[in-house]
Design a protein. Structure first.
Lengths: 82, 223, 744, 82
């Protein structure tokens, strides 16, 4: 069993209302010094058996078609140590 | 009898909640999120809507509004507080009520006329109902799945703090079909469905929701 | 370096990328002519977006003029075509403003955000009239229900409309969901908003009074959607999908909700002289339109515009279509009060310019002048084309191919099976899968919404004054006969409003067509516009505004021409509205209107035979008007009324019975098939307590509306005498099962 | 300028409708061998200046009170290399 993590974030040029809401709330709660916040999605995929290159390529395919929307989002895929 | 209705940025059903209070015979008062002043109200409604867009988690940001510190204090002192939908989410985030509300299990917003059963008719907001009474009121939410750990759920059931349950198909994946819960004292109630949309024959599916508002008027008179 | 007017004067021969920006050679030459020099890059950006088809209506203008020329005599119109939205007097000092717009192409590229920002845009249009938005509607059209791409597009569009509209707190009170192969690769996402305003509070997009300040408020300006709407809307998709995937605008409905409340407080405190929303073409549009409609000129300091992305160039700032922004003209002595209200709502507001009496629109950037133009030439004096028209070569053959030779059900068993099949067909099936994702209760004034014929909202709680709205369109009818098809769309929306007991008052329309550069499409457009204008005159309902969406096609194949028509009516007392469902047993069921054998373009021919040919049902505007007049006399007499349209009488009866689970037994004239499935216009079914039937008969004959007694309500089946009987449960599961099975 | 990443995931015992939906969709799209999926949130916070221990403690506070709901979610905070 291994875990693959896919992080999906809005492209930098795309408006991120969620991150904006958090960024505006932080100073109100007394948390200063944070200049910007982006909010994205994190997927944890449990993989049966070994994470081969082939499997990773498959997961990249899934990240591109299902987990992210390439029109507005970028993603990264990485294997996480158990 | 003055019932305060809080408006957060993004509150939507505040107008309806005020109307429901008026239809029930109470005096609705506007409360503003940025004021700590509760204007000597006898009860508080946290209305439905999408406070701060609900972008982070429903109710997560509204919980920190200045008005909420006064609401929490009043609630601890026994003032009746009803959180409807987004208001329920704010109450959970404020830890006035246990548990949390998450994304509907079918991942879609749902708006429908929902059948409920009132399980506890002794709270400040449900005194006008009979235990076991069935109602139909609108339900509309995207993050309405009530969740809590088993210990909490068992305790809620054991203490009679499940105020209302969904009848028939569970509309949002709420654990044990829970539609509303109360605090121990019964003055704070959180409810996912919208009784304020069922107070007029003309605009609601029924008038079954009215008794929530008449109940609290009676409860505060009796108190 | 940013190009200044001086630079442009000094370098007259620089090659400019006007073609890439969509300008034709002669259009570019005209700009040079207007300015007496070549434009700066910022001027070129402004002219190119403002002269795009989307913003300038250059191909449609000559046809749309008819809506004004043939406008019926009316005293209901307070503000007519040309403003952000028309305003209609509904009495008692109240007015409503309503408008429909398309967001077709963006919704194909990114269904959720495209549809969401479509709702956002039309809501800001309504706000810019000084009104409080009170409801939205969403006429939608998709490719075949079972096509893979429809499964991509539809759920996203629906979630986007719900996600944005629900978060704004605007009840969704109606719309349409239509499937047809012609929309594969080019869905139609139209959105309508209606707002209410007191007469004295109506606002206009005028920048007047030299020295007044121009305030931009709402969201920051970003790089998303630059050229989005305007370039996209003029783009044709080929069969491989969008030709390019331009950056998409992301909506922030929370920002818009706060902006609505903020605007309403500004209006209430009387702090704005003029106001304009920012939609397609962003600041280029807002500044040039405000200045052009005002009485002077305007000076803009573009570098004061708050940016989300500091690297944006002035051309981009002028073209950005970032959402959730508004522009107001404010007198200097009211500025502080204006800014205070914005601060209370946490809305960023910045003075970006001032009104002057120069009759020019000048834009400055870091102390230099980068735009210096006569504003009217940008906003209102764009190119106008008389595009060539040609009746398609296939039109005659299409009309000749009528459905008379299609095999028809005859026995009771066959009719029963046909009915069940149609009830579950995607176009006629229950749309709850869609409408359950929309809040129809918020604001507490919704009197009727889905599945009723029209949405009805209460405008004034004290007097019970309210409005009814319906939208309709039929691309198949319009393909068979564009003139008649547009009239049938209007007839149906008008009838849907009338059957609630409301008095139809005014019209908005969204004309969805293929490429205006195709003479066949242009002919369809011209015919439809002429048909609509003629019918509005005949029915006495003026067009108050609308939208044209061209280039709806995949490759060379245009969509079915689809004028979507919205009709607004008034109910002096919404408590008297007539709902659509049978509400009591033992009532008499009557059919109002005449049935002819009219199956061309029908749902039966489409669903059962995949057939499109022949002629659409005959238009009978006099009969529509008489039916509406009769309906207005029926509140308090009939207990239910439902119009007859897609799927014919059969579908009307099924919907009336399923609404509250009260069945009916009816007897039909000789040709039961025609009686059940013909789609003749100007018809409705009503249900009447038996002691009031004579009243209805008397009224019907006085308005010359044909009346047929069909049977009585009651029981748990729909029974057609001597032919078949179907349990309501069976009808219900056929009706409700289709969309959930397709979309989950 | 430094970046701090806060990952927020639903606690394992809480139903995750979104993760479940992804897990069910994957095999339909031909992606096999993934046994479970959880969907959470990823926040990227841009911090002004250096990420001191104190600042990190502050951010942990924000993660606990605002960015996550401890009743249903767990979080991790980490500094990301620029
Ligand atoms: N996309 C939609 N959004 C909101 N309501 C819709 C939508 N599609 C259909 N409806 C509603 O469902 C009902 C049935 O639609 P339809 O059969 O098209 O009505 P009609 O034939 O009377 O025009 C109507 O109340 C309509 O407003
Ligand atoms: Mg209808």
């Amino acid at each position: 069993m291994a875990r693959v993590v896919v992080d999906v974030m809005l492209k930098p040029e795309i408006l991120d209302p969620q991150g904006k809401a958090v960024a505006q709330a932080l100073p109100r709660l007394g948390f200063d010094g944070i200049t910007a916040v982006r909010q994205g999605k994190r997927f944890e995929l449990e993989v049966d058996g070994e994470v081969t290159e082939e499997r990773l390529a498959q997961i990249r395919g899934a990240a591109e078609t299902l987990l992210s929307n390439p029109v507005i989002e970028d993603f990264t895929v990485r294997v996480e140590e158990a | 009898m003055r019932v305060g209705v809080v408006t957060f940025p993004g509150s939507l059903d505040d107008v309806d909640a005020r109307r429901a209070v008026a239809v029930a015979g109470g005096e609705p008062m506007r409360l503003w999120h940025a004021d700590e002043d509760l204007r000597y109200v006898d009860a508080v409604v946290l209305p439905g809507g999408f406070s701060y867009g609900d972008y982070l988690r429903a109710g997560a940001i509204a919980r920190f509004a200045p008005v909420m510190s006064s609401v929490v204090q009043a609630a601890r002192g026994g003032t009746p507080v009803l959180g409807i939908c987004n208001g329920f989410q704010v109450l959970c985030e404020s830890h006035l009520l246990p548990g949390a509300l998450i994304r509907n299990d079918h991942r879609k917003f749902v708006c429908r006329d929902q059948e409920l059963v009132i399980e506890n008719s002794t709270t400040a907001w449900t005194g006008g109902y009979a235990a076991g009474q069935h109602l139909v009121v609108p339900l509309k939410n995207g993050e309405g799945g009530y969740v809590a750990d088993d210990v909490t759920l068992d305790r809620l059931e054991g203490e009679g703090r499940v105020v209302a349950r969904y009848v028939g198909q569970n509309p949002n994946g709420s654990y044990r079909s829970i539609a509303g819960v109360s605090n121990e004292r019964g003055n704070v109630v959180g409810l996912m469905p919208h009784p304020e949309h069922a107070v007029e024959e003309l605009t609601g599916p029924t008038t079954d929701g009215l008794a929530f508002f008449t109940s609290v008027l009676r409860a505060t008179v009796d108190a | 370096m940013t190009e200044t007017v001086k630079d442009a004067e000094a370098t007259p021969d620089v090659e400019q990328p006007y073609r890439e920006l969509g300008l034709k050679d002669d259009e570019y030459a005209r700009i040079r002519d207007i300015l007496g020099r070549r434009p700066t890059s910022s001027e070129l950006a402004m002219y190119s977006v403002m002269w795009s088809e989307h913003c300038s209506y250059k191909s449609s203008k000559v046809h749309l003029r008819q809506f004004g020329e043939k406008q019926p005599p009316t005293d209901a119109l307070l503000v007519g075509i040309g403003e952000n939205a028309g305003v209609v007097d509904i009495g008692q000092g109240w007015a409503v403003t309503f408008k429909i717009e398309s967001h077709n192409h963006p919704s194909y590229v990114e269904p959720y955000q495209g549809a969401a920002t479509g709702v956002g845009g039309i809501v800001r249009d309504i706000m810019s009239m000084g009104a409080r938005p009170v409801a939205v509607m969403d006429p939608l059209r998709f490719g075949p229900a079972d096509a893979a791409d429809t499964r991509r597009v539809l759920p996203g569009v629906v979630a986007g409309i719900g996600g944005y509209g629900n978060c704004l707190g605007l009840p969704n009170i109606g719309g349409e969901v239509v499937f047809d192969p012609s929309y594969a690769g080019n869905p139609l996402v139209n959105a309508l908003c209606v707002g209410a305003v007191r007469h004295e509070d109506i606002k206009l997009a005028h920048a007047s009074g030299a020295g007044n300040l121009v305030v931009l408020f709402g969201a920051s300006t970003g790089g998303d959607g630059i050229g989005g709407v305007s370039v996209l809307a003029s783009e044709t998709f080929d069969e491989h999908g969008p030709a390019k995937r331009p950056s998409v605008q992301v909506g922030d409905p929370f920002m818009e909700k706060v902006l609505i409340e903020c605007c309403l407080e500004l209006f209430a405190a009387d702090l704005v002289v003029g106001i304009q929303d920012l939609g397609g073409a962003g600041l280029s549009c807002a500044t040039s339109e405000l200045a052009s409609s005002g009485d002077g000129g305007m000076r803009v300091w573009l570098d004061r515009v708050p940016l989300r992305d500091a690297t944006l160039r002035p051309e981009e700032i002028l073209m950005s279509e970032s959402q959730e922004r508004m522009c107001a003209v404010v007198t200097p002595d009211r500025l502080d009060a204006f800014l205070d209200i914005c601060a209370r709502w946490d809305v960023q507001a910045t003075v970006i310019g001032e009104v002057d009496d120069s009759r020019r629109l000048t834009v400055e950037w870091q102390g230099t002048v980068i735009v210096d133009v006569p504003p009217r030439t940008v906003a209102h004096e764009g190119p106008v084309y008389e595009r060539p028209l040609a009746r398609p070569t296939w039109q005659d053959a299409l009309q000749a191919d009528d459905p008379s030779s299609l095999p028809r059900p005859t026995t009771g068993e066959e009719l029963r099976a046909t009915l069940l099949d149609l009830v579950g067909s995607p176009n006629l099936a229950d749309k709850s899968w869609v409408t359950d994702q929309y809040d129809r209760y918020v604001l507490g004034n919704t009197v009727l919404a889905q599945p009723d014929d029209a949405g009805v909202v209460r405008v004034d709680e004290a007097t019970h004054l309210g409005v009814a709205l319906a939208t309709d369109g039929n691309g198949r009818f319009t393909k068979l006969d564009p003139y008649a098809g547009a009239q049938l769309a209007l007839s149906e929306a008008y009838r849907n409003v009338a059957v609630t007991g409301a008095r139809p008052l005014a019209v908005t329309d969204c004309l969805n067509f293929g490429s205006p550069e195709d003479p066949a499409v242009m002919w369809q457009f011209a015919e439809a516009a002429r048909g609509l204008a003629d019918a509005c005159l005949a029915l006495g309902v003026p067009v108050t505004g609308g939208n044209v969406s061209f280039y709806n096609q995949t490759g060379d194949v245009a969509i079915n021409p689809t004028p979507v028509v919205g009709v607004l009516g008034v109910l002096d007392d919404v408590r008297r509205r007539i709902p659509m469902g049978f509400s009591a047993e033992g009532e008499v069921v009557l059919l109002l209107g005449a049935t002819r054998e009219e199956l061309g373009g029908s749902e039966w021919a489409h669903h059962m035979h995949g057939h499109l040919g022949g002629r659409p049902p005959a238009v009978d505007l006099a009969a529509e008007r008489e039916l509406a007049t009769l309906m207005a006399a029926l509140p308090g007499v009939v207990t239910a009324a439902h119009d007859v349209s897609d799927g014919g009488l059969a579908m009307t009866l099924v919907e009336m019975a399923l609404r509250r689970g009260i069945g009916a037994a009816v007897a039909l004239p000789d040709d039961a098939f025609v009686a059940l499935f013909s789609e003749s216009a100007a018809r409705a079914v009503v249900s009447v307590p038996s002691d009031l039937v004579a009243d209805v008969e008397r009224l019907a004959s006085s308005y010359a509306v044909p009346l047929t007694t069909l049977g009585t309500t009651g029981g748990s089946t729909l029974a057609v005498d001597g032919l078949f009987e179907i349990p309501l449960d069976e009808l219900r599961s056929a009706w409700q099962g289709t969309l959930p099975a397709l979309f989950g």
